[in-house]
Structure formats: C-alpha cells, structure tokens
Design a protein around this ligand. Structure first.
Ligand SMILES: Cc1cc2nc3c(=O)[nH]c(=O)nc-3n(C[C@H](O)[C@H](O)[C@H](O)COP(=O)(O)OP(=O)(O)OC[C@H]3O[C@@H](n4cnc5c(N)ncnc54)[C@H](O)[C@@H]3O)c2cc1C
Length: 353
C-alpha cells in the first residue's frame, strides 16, 4: 500500500445541490501533521471497484485550513462517471475511505495579493478554499467569476452570499449563468475582468470555460503562462497500487536497457536523506526514485497535479510534458519529477516544496 494512504472516517455528508455532496472528514489527531494542507490542494480517494479492484480520483479541498475546523471535499456527479456517482451514492456519515495525504500546487504563493478567481461548475471547490483563506488571513481584494448552467447548479451559493455580506469591500462575486447569458465568451470575460487585470489569476473549470477565460484574459494582455490553472481529469494511474521497487543491485544500465555510459548522476535530497543514484537518460526521475524504493510523492504521473514538484539545485534537466508549473516557477528551477529527464551529467535535486 502507498505509505501516504490512510483510512479516514467521514464525519458528515452535506448535500450541496441535486448532484453535488461535500464529504467532511475526521482526521485522527496523530495524522494531523500529515494532513496539514494549503488552500487549493486536493485529496485522492480510493473508490472500490469490482472490475479493477479500485480506482483513484482526486477531489479538491473546499474547506480552508485558516477558518474551517474540518477537511472537506466536494464531489459533483459526472454524467456516466464511475467514482463520482459511487461516492455520491454510497458514502455516509461513519464510512471509512482510503485517502492519500493532501497534494497539489494550485496554491497562491501569497494570500495577501489581490486575486481574480475563475471557476465553472465543480471547479469552485479549490477556489472556495482559496477565497475563504484569503479573506481570513489576507488584506487584498478577491474577485470571483463563477459560471454555471443555471441557478440551481450553483454550489455554495449561500456561503458565497454570506461572505459577500461579511466582506463587502473585499469580495465581489459575479455569477455567469448559461440559462440567462449563454456560454461564457472571451469578449464577455475580457469586458468584466478589465478592472482586475493586475490581480493574480486562478482558474478551475472544464476545457471550454478555461479556453474562454484564457482568451478573454489574453485580450487584456494576461498571458496563459501567468494564469495558474487546475485541470480536472480522472487518473489513469492508480497511486494506491503498490509500486514494486526494481532494486538497486541491478546495474542502472540493466534497469532500463540504456547503454552503459549513457547515464547521468542524480543527487536527490528527500525526507532528510540524500541519495546518489545513476540516472539513465531515458528514465523519468520519479520512476528512478520509485525503482530504488524511495518514497517520492506523486499522484497523477501525467504532469497535471503538481504533487511531485521538486527543485533543480544544480545541473540541467528537461520535462517531457508540463501542465502544472507556470513560467515563474520554471524560472525558479522547479520541475515535475514524473516528467523530468537529465540533460547534464550531474544533477542535484531537492524535494523542498
Ligand atoms: C486535481 C484534481 C482535483 C479535482 N477536484 C474535483 C472536485 O473538487 N470535485 C469534483 O467533482 N471533481 C474533481 N476532480 C475530478 C475528479 O477527480 C473525477 O475526474 C471526476 O469526479 C469524474 O470521475 P468519475 O469516475 O465519476 O468519471 P469518469 O472518470 O468519467 O468515469 C468513467 C471512467 O471510469 C471507468 N469505470 C467505469 N466503471 C468502472 C468500474 N466499475 N470500475 C473501474 N473503472 C470503471 C471507465 O472505464 C472510465 O475510464 C478533480 C480532478 C483533479 C485532477
């Protein structure tokens, strides 16, 4: 079993809309430090399946570590989806779920800045955590654009109203209802967002919405690389399944079929230890670590979730794919272990994020 997986009790199930529920967790005191989280992060839940044993699905935390006592995720049914419907139909107060520790980098670097938060549908969950946190501990302005099919599908409508009343000078919530205005358009979003173009932008919603927001903000000269985005998708990998280490006694060349001499050297700092490993040039850093039995953090292994983010302290690397890191983070030397290959002969990596 993944060492980051824990059996957690559901304390309460709250019906949010006709097709969305919040699951409120009871985190045992001894797991408190392992379940400490930042606004915008997610949990990964294991959902049993007769067909495959289990599937893994990520759900963003809708609670705030700054003002909510209990960790909460909010799940919206996906039409014909497997796990979301299973969770909505089967989980009750007292249920036990296997859950991975919080992960993800859809997290504001500062809660003091002005924020422009764009969400559609269930994309409101990490946005809710970020906005409650910013209002509680920050001093900046928070502007929310929230798109939904119709009024009945708005998740957290009441909470958003209450927060707007409590912070009238700092919070503005703008609903875009498809039933009244049609699908969100780039032009409509650009017109609305113009006064907020210097805010830090966070975006979470389906592809069509994300494209409209990116185009709209593009008209305001906000480049895609400045927009932090969380893309919802189902995992194809199952991080709850055991990754069998390919033990280090085997030569690195034999490990991967790479010719001898075609390896770099990785020096990796993780969990207070430093490992020096031969790194075949065609092996991704995360695979290298797992093969050596090193417990590196990961969830999606597809560059989307940001869980395996680490810093390149020395040497050069490249990523095969990157959906999680923005320009500023790449400039700081961050990389995603699940996609990283060595470029130089010696590379020093630290899991320090
Ligand atoms: C970082 C992140 C955060 C997210 N946060 C949220 C959130 O806050 N709220 C939210 O609602 N969603 C969130 N999501 C999306 C969520 O993880 C799921 O993608 C979504 O709930 C749809 O999953 P689903 O299984 O219902 O649907 P699908 O993945 O579409 O279900 C169909 C899939 O399940 C397989 N399947 C069907 N039947 C079975 C079976 N019996 N056994 C095994 N497999 C089967 C099919 O082969 C197919 O691949 C997030 C995603 C990410 C990556």
């Amino acid at each position: 079993m993944n060492p980051r997986a824990h059996l957690i009790k559901v304390r309460e199930v709250i019906s949010e809309t006709a097709d969305a529920v919040s699951l409120v967790f009871d985190i045992p005191a001894d797991l408190g430090p392992r379940f400490a989280y930042a606004p915008g992060q997610f949990l990964t839940l294991q959902v049993p399946s007769d067909r495959t044993g289990s599937v893994a699905r990520c759900y963003s935390l809708s609670s705030s570590p700054h003002c909510d006592d209990r960790m909460t995720v909010t799940v919206k049914r996906t039409a014909d989806g497997y796990a979301s419907n299973w969770l909505c139909d089967n989980v009750a107060a007292g249920s036990l779920l296997t859950v991975l520790e919080p992960a993800g980098n859809f997290v504001p670097p500062s809660l003091q800045r002005d924020l422009l938060l764009c969400a559609a549908g269930s994309g409101i969950t990490p946005i809710m955590s970020i906005l409650k946190s910013a209002l509680t501990v920050g001093r900046g302005k928070v502007v929310v654009l929230y798109a939904n099919r119709d009024r009945r599908s708005i998740i957290f409508e009441r909470q958003l109203q209450d927060l707007t009343r409590k912070y009238p000078r700092r919070l503005t919530v703008h609903h875009w209802l498809e039933s009244e205005r049609g699908l969100p358009t780039a032009r409509g979003i650009a017109g609305w967002a113009k006064p907020y173009r210097r805010h830090d932008v966070f975006l979470c919603g389906p592809a069509g919405f994300a494209t409209a927001v990116q185009r709209g903000l593009g008209e305001l000269r906000i480049p895609d690389r400045a927009i932090r985005q969380e893309a919802y998708r189902s995992l194809t990998d199952n991080p709850f399944e055991h990754h069998t280490p390919v033990l280090a006694a085997a030569s690195p060349a034999a490990d991967s079929g790479t010719a001898r001499g075609d390896t770099a050297t990785a020096r990796v700092e993780i969990d207070g230890a430093t490992h020096t490993l031969p790194w075949p040039r065609d092996k991704k850093l995360l695979d290298l670590l797992l093969d050596h039995g090193i417990d590196a953090p990961y969830v999606c292994r597809e560059s989307a979730c940001g869980t395996c983010v680490c810093s390149v302290k020395q040497g050069r690397t490249r990523m095969i794919m990157n959906e999680a890191l923005i320009e500023e983070e790449l400039e700081m030397g961050l990389t995603l272990a699940c996609q990283t290959l060595p470029e130089s002969d010696d590379v020093h990596i630290a899991f320090d994020q």
